[in-house]
Design a protein around this ligand. Structure first.
Ligand SMILES: [Zn+2]
Length: 398
């Protein structure tokens, strides 16, 4: 199976490449109002027809087309994200897309370790460095598809999209995974062995950062009302947001790496389907609601980090219906009592950590589905209580 990943490289400083990014941005800025089309954004082909002759000649042909397509794509993704553009987008950031290999000849990674790249002053050979963490990935690449050059803190960074060949996902051993706030990730394998990643440190740190952010947001609103300068407050807010995002992302990636190292190589990673979980309304984000929002954000990060890592090593990822996985007993299927982190079953007397019980249920739900429909029982069900318990418990609680 082929997957796509990005690799970051650092390109040597070059005034012509820098100028190319500026021109690319100017071309996009010129297309944007046309693409907006009074709130009915044009598609890529229509936009290209409309603007190509007006903007051509500043970049090479392929890059002019890339610039136009990216503008159309920005409007399209805004619409599909549910926030359609209400006025023309402003393209502020210096960045340019170079197609590589089969897709185009805007840039080329040469065998001698240099980058041959198109600039407004003609083609150039530039040197670049690859951070250690990305080196193997770049070398294993089956194909290099594109290079996006951005300018950040005065540096020219390249994001290289590569195609990697990875093993096809196989998986027979289901591992149930429950994502939570305090125990960020709890996994159970068929032997009942558990893996727990605590999210407490991240939770506390994020909660603190979030409180500071709320305080600053109030300050910002007050300053705005008094028509005072807000730039310093906005700068601090931006930095805090970045710190919090990076903290969560790093934690998610580390947790995902630890999980993937722990599971057997033929595992199926079973998650709960969380798409049905609705976010709290705007303006009600205080206390409990805020904690929930942070937890959900973290869960999404962990989930996608696990999917990324799983893909690289050919593990399967699947999901099951989350209904009542935290309320029913994983041994007999009867609805039990949960008090904080303890789960107690009134029917079979099972006592477990609540999150482990949930992870077991997620795993069982997958085996039940796999072994023939929701009414049959998994091999782990206790004898003498075949399925009825599970079924009636579900019926009662619905
Ligand atoms: Zn029970």
């Amino acid at each position: 199976m082929d997957i796509q990943r990005t690799v970051t490289i650092v390109i040597e400083p070059d005034p012509d490449l820098r100028q190319t990014l500026t021109v690319f941005r100017e071309v996009q800025a010129a297309c944007s109002p046309v693409a907006f089309n009074d709130g009915r954004p044009l598609g890529p082909i229509a936009l290209q027809k409309r603007v190509y002759h007006a903007v051509k000649g500043r970049l090479n042909r392929q890059m002019t087309i890339s610039a136009i397509r990216q503008v159309a794509a920005a409007y399209r993704s805004a619409s599909s994200n549910g926030t359609p553009a209400t006025r023309p987008f402003v393209f502020r950031k210096a960045r340019a897309l170079f197609l590589v290999g089969k897709r185009g000849r805007d840039a080329d990674f040469r065998a001698d370790g240099t980058l041959s790249i198109w600039t407004v002053a003609g083609r150039k050979r530039l040197s670049y460095t690859v951070p250690d963490a990305f080196n193997t990935r770049l070398h294993q690449a089956k194909e290099i598809d594109s290079l996006t050059v951005i300018e950040r803190d005065g540096m020219l960074l390249g994001r290289v999209t590569v195609t990697l060949a990875v093993p096809d996902p196989v998986g027979t051993v289901p591992v149930g995974i429950d994502l939570n706030e305090t125990n960020a990730l709890v996994a159970v394998d068929p032997d009942g062995t558990t893996f727990v990643a605590s999210g407490k440190a991240v939770k506390v740190a994020n909660w603190r950062t979030q409180k500071t952010r709320s305080r600053l947001q109030r300050k910002l609103a007050a300053r705005k009302a008094e028509h005072k300068d807000t730039s310093s407050v906005r700068r601090v807010l931006k930095r805090l947001g970045r710190i919090q995002r990076n903290r969560t992302r790093t934690f998610a990636r580390q947790t995902a790496a630890a999980l993937v190292a722990w599971v057997p190589s033929n595992a199926v990673l079973v998650f709960e389907d969380l798409r049905g979980v609705v976010p709290p309304k705007r303006g009600t984000v205080r206390g409990k609601a805020l904690r929930r929002r942070l937890a959900r954000w973290q869960r999404r990060e962990i989930r996608s980090a696990v999917e990324q890592k799983a893909q690289m090593c050919g593990l399967r990822v699947t999901e099951v219906d989350p209904a009542y996985t935290s309320r029913i007993c994983s041994r007999c299927g009867v609805r039990g009592n949960r008090s904080r982190h303890r789960f107690a079953c009134p029917f079979c007397g099972s006592m477990q950590h609540a999150d482990i019980n949930t992870a077991q249920n997620i795993r069982l739900r997958y085996t039940v589905l796999r072994d023939g429909g929701p009414l049959s029982t998994g091999p782990e069900a206790l004898p003498g209580n075949p399925g009825e318990g599970k079924l009636s418990a579900l019926a009662d609680s619905r």
